[in-house]
Design a protein around this ligand. Structure first.
Ligand code: ASP
Length: 436
């Protein structure tokens, strides 16, 4: 990462001219006065237009290049260093698990001096930080991306799906994907469709607290994910994250029915409308739900996505123009998160009708979080049905979006696309709503 991690373009040149490195105390002259502070690293995807300093007060300030005159290093800082122990030797005869790194908190460290969380731990390092992994599998770590999950797109899902496909052909016993938690549910849903019939477990895993913090959930989550991927008797796409606040159980959620429901708790993830797929304790799987697909079977990967779908959350006073904007930005399928049983205002309904008439597909989900749509109860719902809005039963809105992008990626359009949206392909809709 060099001396100026995360800096690029004009801001990188500005700092290089000043001979600055992250951690140095800089005196920066601006058009409105001089600012003194410690230079903070930036996220990998940050823009090239800002320099960020941590002030003595502890606050970070982002200075726009337009207002900067020059900078001088007032004091050199200590370089942050991190050297992981060598990776442990796996015991022979263990299952082979491919560990793919994509970034996120599970692969980050807090730089305690600057206070920034930075993607810094590679999957190799992660592996060596959790030595117990070598007791449960022969892990083959590999980094595919190093980004926070808010920057993951369907193009990344497609690359992941293709990598998993190759790994399965090469004979791995399971795959673990480390990923930021924010959009973990979307990626898990996308992969559930792209990896139809995958014959091994594919377990996505994240962490709410970075691995260098004593309260981190990274080691336990990772250990559970690798052990399940290597040894579970079932296959499919899942998410493994802390169960409850204790530090000894991990919940396994089905990839199409999982949601992050808390901003910071370690047990932020919940299975919605279905029981947990499994519960893992330090001695292995303690409980496995009935009906999970066994290992093996016919693998029908379809690793293509088309981003021409949108997800719109309805709200009181929502302008119909937002539907038009989605259409103009190229959306061929619009997933609406309606209220209650699946409703929107007259104005939005009118725009959806125009969208459907122009060949678009409008799908309805509910923002209630739990329960199932019923568009037959009120007039508004019946009107939506009459105009051809597709009711997606109890499918989660984010799963519906990922599915829409996948359906479009298969090349399906019109009636065929609608049929696919309605058909349960990866456990995304249930016939019986699980209480709770
Ligand atoms: N924003 C981060 C991400 O999703 C949070 C996390 O990793 O938990 O990448």
């Amino acid at each position: 990462m060099g001396d100026l991690p995360g800096y690029k373009g004009a801001s990188l040149r500005f700092l290089e001219e000043a001979g600055a490195a992250v951690g140095d105390v800089l005196e920066v002259r601006t058009s409105w006065g001089t600012v003194t502070g410690t230079l903070v690293p930036r996220y990998l995807d940050a823009d090239g237009e800002h320099v960020v300093l941590k002030l003595r007060s502890g606050y970070n300030v982002g200075l726009s290049l337009e207002e900067l005159v020059d900078a001088k290093v007032a004091a050199k800082g200590e370089k942050p260093t991190f050297s992981p122990p060598p990776p442990p030797k796996p015991a022979p005869g263990l299952p082979k698990v491919l560990l793919i790194g994509t970034g996120g908190t599970i692969a980050s460290r807090v730089d305690y001096r600057t206070g920034a969380v930075r993607p810094a731990v590679t999957s190799d390092e992660l592996y060596s930080l959790v030595p117990e992994l070598s007791q449960v599998a022969r892990v083959e770590p590999e980094i595919m991306f190093d980004i926070l999950s808010e920057n993951i797109t369907p193009a990344h899902w497609a690359k992941l799906a293709r990598r998993v496909y190759r790994a399965v052909k090469e004979g791995v016993d399971g795959v673990v994907i480390t990923h930021g938690t924010d959009t973990l549910g979307y990626t898990a849903a996308g992969l559930s469709f792209a990896l139809g019939g995958v014959p091994v477990p594919v377990v996505l895993v994240g962490a709410q607290r970075s691995p260098d913090r004593p309260s981190s959930d990274a080691p336990l989550n990772l250990l559970a994910a690798v052990s399940i991927a290597g040894s579970a008797k079932f296959s499919g796409v899942y998410v493994a994250m802390h169960l409850g606040e204790s530090d000894d159980k991990v919940a396994l959620h089905r990839g199409t029915r999982v949601r992050k429901n808390h901003t910071s708790r370690r047990d932020a993830f919940e299975s919605v409308g279905v029981p947990l797929a499994a519960v893992w304790g330090r001695n292995g799987l303690e409980h496995v739900a009935d009906g999970l697909p066994p290992r093996g079977g016919e693998f029908k990967p379809a690793p293509r996505f088309d981003g021409g779908a949108a997800l719109l959350k309805f709200y009181p006073s929502m302008p119909g123009a937002l539907v038009r904007a989605a259409r103009r930005s190229g959306s061929k399928i619009i997933v609406v998160e309606g209220t209650g049983l699946g409703h929107v205002s007259k104005e939005v309904a009118r725009e959806l009708r125009l969208f459907v008439r122009s060949g678009g597909i409008a799908c309805m989900t509910s923002q209630c979080g739990r329960g199932r749509l019923d568009l037959n109860v009120y007039d508004t719902g019946r009107d939506l049905l009459r105009m051809g809005v597709v009711p997606l039963e109890d499918m989660l809105a984010e799963t519906a979006l990922a599915k829409a992008m996948w359906v479009l990626g298969t090349g399906a359009r019109g009636e065929r696309a609608k049929e696919l949206m309605l058909k349960d392909l990866a456990g995304e809709t249930t016939t019986r709503t699980f209480p709770g």
